[in-house]
Design a protein around this ligand. Structure first.
Ligand SMILES: Cc1ncc(COP(=O)(O)O)c(C=O)c1O
Length: 401
């Protein structure tokens, strides 16, 4: 057989999906599994979104669509960013994609040549590293441990940008940590970014509608609008609109970058489907209450998770203020033995595997996100299942000695 491309030796399937698959298999075998593994919002969009999709189906043109995105969708996206305090853009500054993941893949390709350096914080969303590796980029990881609340510090950013990476990738709120930058923290980072004009900035802000405690959504462009000429903001309907399966992502940024994405679209996907486009327009320009309601619900769940974890020995958890994840440091449990199974908990992977096998609770080991001292809990499950899952984690930890 002829060989695959060399880049495929660097391609990995998603580590998060692997945990989710194991949980699914155990469930199929009849085990009562509570999955805190996959990052899904756990709610569906409102009626008006489905009605728009149905109506679009009725008047289906059967045609290919625009490589950039249909004009009413581009306008809805402009309106969405204006609500986020990013106004003054035009259609030529927008491009669409099959989810934010696809947009990030395209942006890396549009901005970087193989060997170019891309810098981002650790813990990171697994896919950043996976895409960078497939595309042969040099990755500069910026360690942000629990001791610094998993957030980038200005001096650390300065040292990284001094090496002139082609791209700086920011993620706020963060997956996997749920951390959110305050306006002051973001202003300090933006000050540093402004001093290094050779670096593109990609802001993956897809959780921007899920921020708690009144902290607000802050982006470098809010504090330094002159960064617009080299900053791209990526967003999607997946998390904040309860539409991960609809696969709608988009960006706003310099017209040249949007044009590059349009060019890639013309060679990959051609366009978003018509029905999906109609649903996306309805979601972005219709009533926005659902996201606000879910945000309040998630803040309550976050509190319950923190209260439960705070009572457990060996577990320490910085307080997340957004998204729907907590990322506890579990390293205080390493070196102990799980009495019931006899298994020694020498790592995050052993912790998560033993927790799943003994209590039927699926969490993702932190090493999937570059932080092997932690694990990720995605807490969007119903309240009753959340309480049950947390009780099982407590029972698991009480068995460690
Ligand atoms: C930080 C972050 N960026 C991007 C994505 C991709 O989202 P989408 O479903 O829009 O591709 C995810 C999904 O988990 C994410 O957590």
């Amino acid at each position: 057989m002829p060989s695959l491309a060399a880049r495929m030796a660097r391609a990995r399937p998603s580590a998060i999906m692997a945990v989710a698959e194991t949980a699914k298999r155990l469930k199929a075998e009849g085990r009562d599994i509570i999955s805190f593994s996959i990052g899904v919002p756990g709610f569906l969009p409102d009626r008006h979104v489905y009605e728009a999709a149905h109506a679009a189906l009725e008047r289906d043109s059967g045609a290919y669509g625009s490589n950039r995105g249909r004009e009413d969708l581009l306008d809805a996206i402009l309106g969405h960013f204006a609500r986020l305090g990013l106004s003054g853009y035009e259609r030529r500054h927008v491009a669409t994609s099959v989810g934010a993941k696809h947009m990030l893949y395209n942006l890396f390709e549009a901005l970087c040549d193989p060997g170019d350096r891309i810098a981002f914080a650790v813990p990171y969303w697994t896919t950043y590293l996976d895409i960078a590796d497939i595309q042969g980029l040099t990755v500069e990881l910026l360690p942000c441990p629990a001791e610094q609340d998993y957030k980038l510090r200005p001096e650390q950013l300065e040292a990284a940008l001094a090496k002139r990476p082609k791209v700086l990738l920011l993620n706020n709120p963060s997956n996997p940590t749920g951390m959110v930058y305050t306006r002051q923290e973001m202003a300090a980072l933006a000050e540093v970014i402004a001093r290094f004009p050779d670096t593109w900035v990609i802001c993956d802000d897809i959780y921007n509608g899920l921020i708690f405690d009144g902290i607000g959504y802050h982006n470098p462009l809010h504090v330094r609008p002159e960064l617009r000429e080299r900053t791209i903001v990526v967003d999607s309907l997946s998390k904040t609109y309860g539409m991960p399966g609809w696969r709608v992502g988009f960006m706003i940024g310099p017209a040249e970058v949007a044009e590059a994405i349009v060019k890639l679209n013309s060679n990959h996907i051609t366009s978003l489907p018509e029905v999906v486009t109609a649903a996306a327009v309805a979601a972005l320009s219709g009533p926005q209450e659902l996201t606000a309601r879910k945000c309040a619900e998630f803040a309550g769940k976050r509190d319950r998770v923190l209260a439960a974890l705070g009572a457990l020995p060996g577990i320490r958890c910085p307080r997340p203020q957004g998204a729907f994840y907590v990322f506890p440091d579990i390293s205080g449990c390493f070196g102990k033995r799980h009495r019931a199974s006899g298994r020694s908990i020498e790592s995050d992977v052993a912790f998560c595997e033993t927790l799943l096998a003994s209590e039927g609770v699926a969490c993702v080991p932190g090493s999937a996100f570059g932080e092997p001292r932690a694990m990720r809990i995605s807490y969007t499950v119903e309240d009753e299942r959340l309480a049950e899952g947390l009780a099982r984690i407590a029972s698991f930890v009480s068995e460690l000695g």
